[in-house]
Design a protein around this ligand. Structure first.
Ligand SMILES: Cc1ncc(COP(=O)(O)O)c(C=O)c1O
Length: 380
């Protein structure tokens, strides 16, 4: 029983690590680990050997219902961003609440085409010559990241619905790697004059400049900036994708304001709006279940678990995030850290060493979890 294992993560036992924003990227869970689906009663889970990912379908459903609400109220279409979540075992549920998928590589695209009903969008920062044919054969819309790519594949993609990624040079991203507003960003075309020159070749735009943005006012403001800079061009296209990174399924999000804003935007420019939720679709619905195999003390209390950051929580490494563990009440309280940036952390083979300092360092403070609550999609 999880709650009985150890209140302060100090002894060998079973623990839960929250799933980060893109842990399920590209089907890693289907390929390398068992995924367990929880559709109600949680009893008996202690009999299953860790490590495994646990997806709580009830929680997933809560997110999907919010997505359905937004579609209904705003008229926007919602495409699952497979770069965030590609666990196709639950696509049969998700496709009932969403309009299709979007992708960032050929194999994601094919996964979306083969396993998820509805529209299949193709986007990549750059396509290679030897994949363009297969890519075009599997998508409904193709979104080029640059005018250079649009021109390179102009002939090959003739007759296809084409779009261009536009970089509005404002974003809510804290991560340099994914921030279109950073200097020298590769993510889309920023110059409205240049974009206008190719407007006849495309019918839509994609703006992806939100990241873990749970603040409707900020979303609203950045959309306003997009309108100021590109409004005259928005009137010339038929569809606009506003990308992912909008945390509209989060607790307390101004959902009705969001719907009204999307609807007004769509009506003003006469465009079909698309959203590309990844994290918003799966937030709070999955966890990585692990067992603490050993504990030791070396200036700080250490716990060695039967999983590894490299294999199972790669996002922690890429984005330098802390793992969030549960149960975590008691002497050392709340959120524990497994930040690979900290020198005390080490990993050998597939074992990661997770430590929890007495003073817990974390990027955002969150309340302790109850044994069966699961949170995903860290907003840290
Ligand atoms: C173009 C695009 N769309 C959608 C997403 C999904 O973003 P999120 O999982 O933050 O909602 C991403 C993620 O990086 C992306 O690059």
């Amino acid at each position: 029983m999880v709650g009985a294992v150890c209140p302060v993560l100090r002894s060998v036992g079973w623990y839960r690590v929250e799933i980060g924003r893109s842990l399920f990227r590209s089907g890693v869970t289907e390929g390398t680990m068992r995924v367990l689906f929880l559709a109600g009663h949680a009893g008996g889970l202690e009999m299953i050997n860790t490590p495994y990912y646990l997806i709580d379908k009830q929680k997933l459903l809560g997110n999907l219902e919010k997505i359905a609400y937004v579609r209904e109220q705003s008229g926007a279409k919602a495409l699952l961003a497979l770069k965030c979540f590609a666990t196709w075992s639950v696509f049969d549920l998700m496709e009932q609440y969403m309009d299709g998928t979007t992708s960032s590589s050929l194999y994601e695209l094919k996964l979306g085409r083969q396993k998820f009903a509805g529209e299949t969008h193709a986007y990549s920062v750059a396509w290679a010559d030897d994949e363009i044919e297969e890519m075009l054969a599997n998508c409904d819309k193709i979104i080029f990241n640059s005018i250079g790519q649009l021109q390179r594949f102009a002939q090959a993609s003739q007759g296809k619905t084409r779009g261009l990624r536009v970089n509005p040079q404002v974003s809510s991203s804290d991560y340099l790697l994914a921030d279109p507003a950073r200097p020298f960003s590769r993510l889309g075309e920023w110059d409205p004059v240049k974009v206008e020159e190719v407007i006849e070749q495309i019918s839509g735009f994609m703006f992806h400049n939100n990241c873990e943005n749970g603040d409707f006012a900020l979303f609203d403001k950045m959309l306003g900036t997009i309108e100021e800079r590109f409004g005259h061009l928005l009137h010339k296209v038929q569809w606009v994708s506003l990308g992912g990174g909008i945390h509209f399924t989060g607790e307390g999000y101004a959902l009705d304001d969001f719907c009204a804003r999307l609807k007004a935007f769509s009506q003003k420019y006469g465009v079909q709006v698309y959203l590309e939720p990844g994290e918003a679709a799966i937030t709070n619905s999955a966890s990585l279940e692990v067992t603490v195999l050993d504990t030791l003390y070396n200036g700080k209390h250490l716990a060695v678990v039967d999983s590894s950051i490299e294999a199972h929580m790669l996002d922690l490494l890429i984005y330098r995030l802390n793992a969030k563990l549960a149960p975590s009440s008691g002497e050392h309280t709340t959120w524990c850290a497994a930040n690979p940036a900290w020198p005390a952390i080490s990993s050998a083979n597939t074992r990661s060493s997770v430590h929890w300092p007495s003073v817990i360092a974390c990027r955002s403070s969150m309340p302790p979890v109850t044994p069966w609550s699961r949170r995903t999609g860290s907003t840290a």
